[in-house]
Design a protein around this ligand. Structure first.
Ligand code: ATP
Ligand code: MG
Length: 775
C-alpha cells in the first residue's frame, strides 16, 4: 500500500480499493473527493492498468495538470505522461482531430471562442436584416448553445414545433434560420465552437460504431470530477464510453451544482444509480479543509434548500474564528475595508498574498476591489473577465496564425483582412462574403479565384486581395520549415502589426507591444515544453488549440504571490486560507435574475455554499448599503443568505447590524449612522424586473421572505417586519433585553423600530434583522 493510500481515511480508501465496476462518490465540500480520484488513479496503475487506458475528466486543465503531477510523484513521470486527463473540451477536441474526416471536417479545424461565435451571429443577424435589439447576438448565441448541449441539431429543431413556437413567442421566429446559417458558416470555415466539441463527439460516437468501440476499448477506466456540473451532452459521452467495461467512477456534490444556467443537470448525479447496474455508492463525511465554524455555517445555509440529498459534513478541525460580517456604506468603502483587512492580517500573522481570495457574484464587482488593493499596494490577479488571449492585439496575432493553419477560418480572416489597414474596405468584404455563401466556399477560396469571379471589383482591389492570399501562403511555407516561434515573430513584423503599434507610441500602444512580446514568449515556452512530449503534433496547431481551450485558471503558474480575485463560479474546487465574499446583497447575491423560481433561488444558495466552503481558516461576508449599478447609486439590503446562517457562527464587525449585538453594543445603533440618508435613496434597485414567481405562485421579491418557512427553516424574526408590531409593544431582544417600541417607520424590508430598552436607552433597529419577540 503506498503512502498516499495510507494518508486517506477509511471511507476515502474504500472507493480507491474497488478496482472495477460503476461507483459514485457523493460527498460535501472539502471531503477529499478530488484527492480520492488522484490516489485511485495511481492505485489502478500500481495494479498494472495501463495509463493509456485511463481517462480522467476534470473541471479545469489546471486541475488535470496538478493531478498528473501528483500521480507522477507516485508512479513516475514516464507512466503518468500517457494518462488522458483534461477538461471534456480538451480531451474531446483531441479525439475529434483524429477522427475529423469522418465528420467532414479538416483535422486542422479551428476552435471558435465565444467572441468569434457572437461576432459571426451578429453578422448573420445583420445580413438577414433583423433587428439586433430583438435578436440580441449574445442571447441568440446562448439559445443556440443550449440547443447544442441538449443535442438539438438544426434538423431536430425544425422537427420540433414546440421549440419553434417557444422562440416565436419570445419574438424570435427566425431563430431557427439563424441557427442553421450559423452552423453552415462554421462548417464552411472548418470551425467548431465550444459546444460543437461535445455535440460532434456525440455524433461521432453515435454514427460510427467502430469508432465508439475503439474508444470504449481504450478508456477502460473513466473518472469524472465535479460530476454534478456535467450537462446532457457530456453525460451522454461518458455514458457511451463507459458502456462496455462499466468501470466508471464519478465524484460530485449535489450541493455544489452551479451551472444549471449552462445546461448542467443535477439529475445526472441523482440518476447515476439508475444508469448502471450494481452501482456502489460511497459517502465521505469528514471535511479536511475548513474550520468547524465555516463547515457549520455552510451546513446551516444549505439546509434551507429543499432539493438535496441527505448528507453529513463534519470536521475534526478547530473551531477557528467565526464568519465575520461587515457592512459598509458604499461599495468603495467595502473595497477599502477588504484591502485594509488583508493588509492587517498579513502584518499580524505574517501571511502572504496568495493566501487570500476575494470572491464575487459578477465580474463587474472587481473594480472597487481593484482600486482599493492598488491603493494599498497589494498585488492581485483577476481571473475571468477578458482573458489575455482575447485582448485585441493578441487576438489579431492569433487570427493570422489561425489563418496559416486553416485559411478557411472566416472569423479570423474577417478580423485581419484589413488590419493593419491595407485598403480592403467593408464593401469588398461584404461582396466576398456574399460570393462565398453563394458558392458554398470559404472567403479565402473566393479570394484565391478572384480573377475568375465577377464581383465588380476594380483591379487595384483585386491586387490587394491577391497580395493578402500570397502573404498567408508564404506564412504557410514558413510553417512547414520553421518552428512556431519563428513564424509568429515573422508574422508580427511582416503583417505590419508591430509597426502599427510602434507608430501609435501611446502608453497603451506600448503596453500592447509588450503583450505581443509576452505572447511570443509564451509560444517559445510552449515549444520547449513540447520537446519533452512524445508524439507531439505540429507545434503551432497544438499551441492554438491550447489557447482556444485555456480557461483562465490554467494560466496561473502560481509562482508569483498575489491575492486572487474571481467569480464564485470560477472558484469551484479551489481552496484558500482567507476568503472574502463581497457584495452580499439582495438582488446581487442572490442575483435579481434568479428570484423567479425556487430552483433558481436554490442554485444561488448552492453558489453561496460553494463560496463559503472555499475558506480554510476564515471567511468574511461583506455588503454595502449602496452601490453603483448601471451607473446609478442604488440602495441595497443585506443578502438573505447572511440571515440564513445560524447566528452562533457569525460575528458582526459593525455592532449596529442585524441587531448587531456582538460587541460594543453601546455604540449608536442607527443603521445609517451619521450620513445623510437622502443620498442613499436615489433610486430603487432593479425597478421593472420581470414578474417573479416562486414555483407556481407569483410573488414579489419582498414576500419571498415570507414564504421562507416553506423551506423548512423555523420562522425567523424577519417575518415580523411587516407584521403586527405597534408603538407601545413591549418586546424582548436577544441581546439588549426588554424594551418598548416608541416609534415605527419605513415599510417592508426597510421597516425600523425605535425601541427604548431598559438598559442602554433608545436604539433604532431594522426589523428584518432584529431578533425581537413581543411579550
Ligand atoms: P470540493 O468539493 O471543494 O471540490 P473535495 O471534496 O474535492 O472538495 P479535496 O479538494 O480533495 O476535497 O480536499 C480538500 C482538502 O483536504 C485538500 O487540501 C486535501 O488535500 C485535504 N484532504 C483530503 N483528504 C485528506 C485526508 N485524509 N487527510 C488530510 N487532508 C486531506
Ligand atoms: Mg474537488
Amino acid at each position: 500500500m503506498n503512502k498516499y493510500i495510507s494518508q486517506l481515511n477509511e471511507a476515502q480508501q474504500a472507493p480507491v480499493f474497488q478496482k472495477d465496476g460503476p461507483m459514485i462518490i457523493i460527498a460535501g465540500a472539502g471531503s477529499g473527493k478530488t484527492r480520492v480520484l488522484t490516489v485511485r488513479i495511481s492505485y489502478l496503475m500500481s495494479l498494472g492498468v495501463d495509463a493509456f487506458n485511463i481517462l480522467a475528466l476534470t473541471f479545469t486543465n489546471k486541475a488535470a495538470r496538478e493531478m498528473k503531477k501528483r500521480i507522477a510523484d507516485i508512479v513516475g513521470n514516464n507512466e503518468a505522461k500517457n494518462l488522458w486527463m483534461g477538461t471534456f473540451h480538451s480531451v474531446f477536441a483531441r479525439i475529434l482531430r483524429n477522427e475529423a474526416d469522418k465528420l467532414g471536417y479538416p483535422s486542422n479545424f479551428t476552435i471558435y471562442d465565444s467572441q468569434d461565435s457572437v461576432r459571426l451571429i451578429s453578422a448573420i443577424i445583420k445580413e438577414m436584416q433583423l433587428d439586433k435589439d430583438v435578436y440580441k447576438p449574445k442571447q441568440v448565441f446562448g439559445r443556440i448553445s443550449s440547443y447544442k448541449n441538449s443535442l438539438i441539431t438544426v434538423k431536430a429543431y425544425f422537427n420540433n414545433p414546440e421549440l419553434m413556437e417557444q422562440d416565436a413567442m419570445s419574438k424570435k421566429p427566425r431563430l431557427g434560420e439563424i441557427y442553421q446559417q450559423y452552423v453552415e458558416r462554421c462548417f464552411k470555415s472548418g470551425a467548431m465552437d465550444f459546444d460543437d466539441l461535445l455535440l460532434k463527439t456525440n455524433e461521432l460516437l453515435n454514427r460510427f460504431p467502430d469508432v465508439l468501440a475503439k474508444y470504449q476499448d481504450r478508456f477502460r477506466y473513466i473518472l469524472v470530477d465535479e460530476y454534478q456540473d456535467t450537462n446532457h451532452s457530456q453525460y451522454l459521452i461518458v455514458r457511451a464510453l463507459s458502456d462496455r467495461f462499466q468501470n466508471i467512477c464519478v465524484v460530485g456534490d449535489d450541493a455544489q451544482s452551479i451551472y444549471a444556467f449552462r445546461g448542467a443537470n443535477i439529475n445526472n448525479i441523482l440518476n447515476f444509480q439508475k444508469d448502471y447496474e450494481n452501482v456502489k455508492t460511497y459517502r465521505l463525511e469528514q471535511n479536511y479543509r475548513s474550520t468547524k465554524n465555516i463547515v457549520e455555517a455552510a451546513n446551516s445555509v444549505i439546509d434551507n434548500n429543499k432539493t438535496k440529498l441527505d448528507k453529513v459534513v463534519w470536521t475534526a478541525n478547530d473551531f477557528g474564528p467565526k464568519v465575520k460580517v461587515h457592512r459598509s456604506i458604499t461599495d468603495g468603502e467595502e473595497g477599502r475595508f477588504v484591502a485594509s483587512e488583508i493588509f492587517d492580517l498579513k502584518m499580524r500573522h505574517q501571511l502572504h498574498n496568495g493566501q487570500f481570495a476575494i470572491l464575487y457574484r459578477t465580474n463587474a464587482q472587481s473594480r472597487a476591489m481593484e482600486d482599493a488593493l492598488r491603493k494599498r499596494d497589494i498585488p492581485y490577479r483577476i481571473y475571468g473577465g477578458l482573458s489575455f488571449y482575447q485582448r485585441k492585439e493578441i487576438k489579431d496575432v492569433l487570427c493570422y496564425l489561425r489563418l496559416v493553419i486553416n485559411p478557411k477560418d472566416e472569423e479570423a480572416l474577417v478580423r485581419v483582412i484589413n488590419y493593419p489597414a491595407r485598403g480592403i474596405g467593408d464593401t469588398t468584404v461584404e461582396k466576398l462574403t456574399i460570393a462565398a455563401n453563394h458558392y458554398k466556399r470559404s472567403i479565402f477560396e473566393v479570394m484565391e479565384h478572384i480573377d475568375k469571379i465577377d464581383l465588380k471589383l476594380n483591379s487595384g482591389t483585386k491586387a490587394k486581395l491577391q497580395d493578402f492570399v500570397t502573404m498567408i501562403k508564404s506564412f504557410q511555407v514558413i510553417n512547414e520549415n520553421q518552428d512556431a516561434f519563428y513564424l509568429a515573430e515573422h508574422v508580427t513584423k511582416k503583417t505590419g502589426l508591430v509597426q502599427e503599434l510602434k507608430k501609435d507610441g501611446t502608453p497603451e500602444g506600448i503596453a500592447r507591444l509588450e503583450n505581443i512580446e509576452e505572447l511570443l514568449n509564451g509560444i517559445k515556452d510552449f515549444i520547449e515544453g513540447q520537446k519533452e512530449v512524445d508524439g507531439a503534433r505540429g507545434a503551432l496547431s497544438e499551441f492554438l488549440e491550447d489557447v482556444a481551450l485555456a480557461t483562465d485558471l490554467d494560466k496561473d503558474t502560481g509562482d508569483d504571490d498575489r491575492v486572487a480575485l474571481m467569480t464564485i463560479h470560477l472558484a469551484k474546487g479551489l481552496e484558500f486560507p482567507y476568503v472574502f465574499i463581497v457584495g452580499m446583497e439582495e438582488d446581487l447575491f442572490p442575483s435579481a435574475m434568479s428570484l423567479n423560481t425556487r430552483s433558481e433561488l436554490e442554485e444561488e444558495r448552492r453558489l453561496f455554499y460553494v463560496a463559503l466552503t472555499r475558506a480554510e481558516h476564515q471567511a468574511y461576508l461583506t455588503y454595502a448599503q449602496s452601490r453603483y449599478r448601471w451607473g446609478k447609486l442604488t440602495d441595497a439590503e443585506p443578502s438573505r443568505f447572511i440571515e440564513e446562517i445560524k447566528d452562533e457562527y457569525l460575528e458582526y464587525i459593525n455592532p449596529s447590524d442585524a441587531g448587531g449585538y456582538r460587541y460594543k453594543p453601546s455604540i449608536d445603533l442607527d443603521i445609517f449612522g451619521d450620513i445623510d440618508k437622502s443620498k442613499l435613496r436615489l433610486s430603487k434597485p432593479l425597478a421593472g424586473t420581470p414578474p417573479k414567481s416562486y414555483g407556481d405562485e407569483p410573488v414579489s421579491s419582498a414576500n419571498i421572505r415570507k414564504l421562507k418557512p416553506v423551506s423548512g427553516s423555523a420562522p425567523s424574526s424577519a417575518n415580523l417586519f411587516d407584521s403586527k408590531l405597534t408603538v407601545g409593544n413591549i418586546v424582548m431582544h436577544e441581546r439588549f433585553g426588554k424594551g418598548q417600541i416608541v416609534n415605527l417607520e419605513g415599510i417592508g424590508a426597510d421597516r425600523k423600530a425605535e425601541i427604548k430598552f431598559e438598559v442602554g436607552g433608545i436604539k433604532k433597529l431594522l426589523l428584518r434583522f432584529a431578533k425581537l419577540d413581543v411579550i
